[in-house]
Design a protein around this ligand. Structure first.
Ligand code: HEM
Length: 163
């Protein structure tokens, strides 16, 4: 009889202990989940150094491209470096990072270049290839591509609203 009571007592204690531990860790788990969800796209991409490396590879692909490379012919190293920096700041800013945009408005800077939808698509594909090369996870990949694609009306000639 005493043995049975002892077993029941031990089981009850173990149960209560497990329940208390679960209740104690649940809020911390929820907090951790929340913190993960609150991370900006900038942080999830790996911060400034990761963004900088992506832009360098992405721009090189564009400059070397047989179709869209023509837009950049005659640009010297200094001009290209400025273009790099402007694009790094823009991507950093647009993903929630601690950067300022230092470029002129995109519709102003691209107007008159007569960029077509298919030329824009070539650039989008280079960005996609670059993100894959950097093994950017699917969720972040989709977010970057969506943001970038959303800029089409500021770049493609017939879609730019004339000022
Ligand atoms: C979402 C897509 C694009 C973004 C975010 C973007 C971003 C930029 C930025 C930040 C600048 C520098 C602006 C400044 O000097 O203040 C720039 C300039 C330029 N972009 Fe784009 N661009 C995009 C698409 C394209 C495409 C598709 C082409 C050509 C195929 C292109 C060709 C150029 C050229 C030639 C310049 C230099 C213009 C100049 O300095 O006169 N861009 N772009």
């Amino acid at each position: 009889m005493f043995k049975r009571k002892l077993i029941v007592g031990v089981i009850t204690l173990v149960f209560l202990f497990t329940l208390t531990s679960l209740l104690a860790t649940a809020p911390r788990f929820a907090e951790a989940m929340e913190a993960e969800q609150e991370k900006s796209l900038y942080e999830r991409l790996g911060g400034y150094d990761a963004i900088s490396a992506v832009v360098d590879v992405f721009l090189t692909k564009i400059w070397d491209d047989p179709v869209v490379g023509r837009f950049f012919v005659g640009m010297g190293t200094d001009t290209r470096n400025k273009l790099r920096q402007k694009n790094k700041n823009l991507l950093c800013f647009n993903t929630g990072g601690p950067c300022r945009k230092i470029n002129r408005p995109l519709d102003v800077v691209h107007v008159g270049l007569n960029i077509t939808d298919s030329e824009f698509d070539i650039v989008v594909n280079h960005l996609g290839d670059t993100l894959k090369e950097f093994k950017v996870p699917e969720k972040e990949y989709a977010e970057v591509m969506k943001k970038f694609g959303g800029l089409r009306p500021y770049v493609v000639e017939k879609r730019i609203k004339k000022h």
